[in-house]
Design a protein around this ligand. Structure first.
Ligand SMILES: [Zn+2]
Length: 104
């Protein structure tokens, strides 16, 4: 499966329409919080184990969408307002996030 349309809506959400006809919208926050890169995944583990307060620090740029770039035919790279650009979202992961956090 692959996305055929990706666009930002309401400034803080992402809409994706897929080849099979499914479309959904998620908040950029949910998208960023599910960044698949190693440092974000590590951060989540650290969050639970060691520093529950520190990671709650509010950083709005973290959830600002700077740009989205295609990566081959299998993924997109999302670049965030805080400069974070190591998140390669495979279509599979993207679809998982889009379904799990879809705004009804
Ligand atoms: Zn990340």
């Amino acid at each position: 499966m692959e996305p055929i349309e990706i666009k930002r809506v309401d400034n803080d959400k992402l809409f994706i329409k897929w080849l099979d006809g499914l479309s959904s919208t998620v908040t950029l926050k949910d998208l960023r919080d599910n960044c698949p890169c190693a440092s974000c995944q590590g951060e989540q583990v650290g969050f639970k184990k060691f520093e529950p307060v520190k990671l709650e620090v509010h950083n709005p740029a973290k959830y600002e969408l700077k740009s989205i770039e295609p990566v081959g035919n299998y993924a997109i790279r999302i670049i965030w307002g805080d400069g974070h650009d190591t998140g390669i979202y495979s279509f599979e992961h993207l679809r998982f996030v889009m379904e799990k956090f879809a705004i009804k």
